[in-house]
Design a protein around this ligand. Sequence first.
Ligand code: GTP
Ligand code: MG
Length: 251
Amino acid sequence: MREVSDKEGDGAENGEKYSILLPTYNEHDNLAIIVWLIVKYMEKSDYDYEIIVIDDGSPDGTLEVGKQLQEIYGSEKIVLRPRERKLGLGTAYIHGIKHATGNFIVIMDADLSHHPKFIPEFIKKQKSGNFDVVSGTRYIGTGGVFGWDFRRKLVSRGANFLTQLLLRPGASDLTGSFRLYKKDVLQNLIQSCISKGYVFQMEMIIRARQQGCAIGEVPITFVDRLYGESKLGGSEILQFAKGLLYLFATT
Ligand SMILES: Nc1nc2c(ncn2[C@@H]2O[C@H](COP(=O)(O)OP(=O)(O)OP(=O)(O)O)[C@@H](O)[C@H]2O)c(=O)[nH]1
Ligand SMILES: [Mg+2]
């Protein structure tokens, strides 16, 4: 029998395991910090977990950082599942899920925009209502965005607003990507999703609702990346608009 501990969580006793997927492309400066924070908050809560790093041949040596982290934390905790070259986020998730041994999957960015302190809150929320999906939201309660210029805020708000209007998805943050899923639910969802790029996260949550998933929300603060380059340009916005119309037409 396990000893009774004074830690906050009760995950390990329940046989729950959380696989945290970290897709990385040029996150050399961020990976060690994000992993350290995940370990800190997961250990504090006493949940069983693994961190799966899916690096797509980052030229900045992100994978080397991963290897060093594996030596520090062990290969049970840090699982490296690299791919040869940049193949995109959507397939990075699929690749990661294939190797996940947990019954829950946490998806988050590795660039410190998503703070690991919210993971235990996602888990508590999931338990509170046996939710299929728990989605971080910047748009209710204490949630918010830091470090974005007006243009980017406008794009994000606009995208959410338009989508709320057209699709009525019943979730407040559609374009965010910090979420917890039951593994089997996520596998089904990913298979039914067609879009690539920014619209992918939105399609996931909309299809989740469509398929009758129970969705819980947790307010998160989102902080713009400090290190590395942002890729939101005019072409992404256009792609998003196309994707939205596509979803509007097909769902
Ligand atoms: N494995 C893999 N990871 C990727 C790829 N593209 C992006 N990522 C990672 O996915 C996460 C989200 O990508 P970001 O570049 O932060 O996208 P964003 O948050 O929309 O944009 P910015 O933060 O403004 O650059 C980060 O951890 C990236 O390193 C890819 O093609 N393959
Ligand atoms: Mg980012």
